[in-house]
Design a protein around this ligand. Sequence first.
Ligand SMILES: Cc1cc2nc3c(=O)[nH]c(=O)nc-3n(C[C@H](O)[C@H](O)[C@H](O)COP(=O)(O)OP(=O)(O)OC[C@H]3O[C@@H](n4cnc5c(N)ncnc54)[C@H](O)[C@@H]3O)c2cc1C
Length: 381
Amino acid sequence: MRRTIYDEDHEAFRESVKEFLDRSVRPHLEDYQEAHALPREFWVEAGKQGLLGLEVPEEYGGTEAGDYRFNAVLTEELAKVNMSLPSCLGIHADIVAPYLVHLTTEEQRKRWLPDFCAGQLLTAIGMTEPSGGSDLAALKTTAVRDGDGWVLNGSKTFITNGYSADLVVVAARTAPEKKARGITLFGVRSDSAGFSRGRKLDKVGQDESDTAELAFEDVRLRDDDIIGELDNGFIHMMQWLPQERLGSAITNLAHARQILDETIGYAQQRQAFGKPIGTFQHNQFLLAELVTQVEVTQAYVDQCVVAHAAGELTAIDAAKAKWWTAQVQNDVLDHCVQVHGGYGYMNEYRVARAWRDARVTKIWAGSNEIMKMLIGRDLGL
Ligand SMILES: Cc1cc2nc3c(=O)[nH]c(=O)nc-3n(C[C@H](O)[C@H](O)[C@H](O)COP(=O)(O)OP(=O)(O)OC[C@H]3O[C@@H](n4cnc5c(N)ncnc54)[C@H](O)[C@@H]3O)c2cc1C
């Protein structure tokens, strides 16, 4: 079905992103996998291309478009390559960016954003801790007042870009008695004394992304490292979660669509019993159902993109998009593996890696259960 949410400018931008990916990224995908990380050159090239500053005003080195549909186009094109790219780049340019643009002081924007846009200051966000991620309000990392500064102690885990980040937005407890209302966000430089990282975590999929544990031992911070308002970090995180969830939904669907398209091509070529496997009625019906599922889902996600571009996307609608697309993606990719037969289980086949890469989407950025809990609460249940 023809999509109507993008105009000529968005499509021209899409072409420039594709050209960048073909030129600077696709030739190096095997290297990224082996390194279990995206190299700094990737970030610098993406910065030169203007892809890191879509949320950032020009005066701070950005290419602010003022239209979320450009972010959506970028996310779609990255997801067509693999899941790691929209995850890593999305954390930096789509998830951390709003915190640094909208919650910061003029001095902080000047300090952080030009290098952020140039790929010289790579960022991550540290919410999840070893003791739990779903119950964010229960986090244990503390920042305690000491003279005119703060002392940070605790740890974070599963942090995307955590191994290579220069600046981590860290959620820490500043007022123990106030629970959710006693959490503050800090910009913590990874070269601070007392900041350390564990090994790169060994994940089931997404080999190209670095995911790390972070530890803070008496890390000294200043008042001007606080992002947003003191004790208001939980509210700040809730405020920007719809964009994170929508980004996840766009990724889920674009990735699933791409692999499904490739699977349809495979079903047309692969022969069994003297004919293409796609012509067996079971496979024909299966692929018809999957295409329908994906296209109907696209209509909902597109409406979410339009709503978000207009500043109207609710946290609940974003939660629906996030869990539903994660489920659709996992269902679709599991069938795609099946259609590929034994080759679908070989890591050298893209469909196998895509299937591994996708599993986490029902867990991260708020699990499917947590999304349903939020939707259920909204129903008054
Ligand atoms: C590859 C990867 C990258 C990640 N990147 C980041 C990152 O960059 N920054 C960051 O901060 N975090 C990141 N995360 C963490 C991720 O957001 C958490 O894993 C997620 O929020 C779940 O938290 P948890 O793992 O502690 O599971 P838990 O909170 O322990 O939950 C375990 C299970 O219990 C279920 N559950 C929990 N509470 C309820 C409830 N009330 N009702 C029903 N079921 C419930 C959950 O749905 C889940 O199935 C990443 C995780 C992964 C795997």
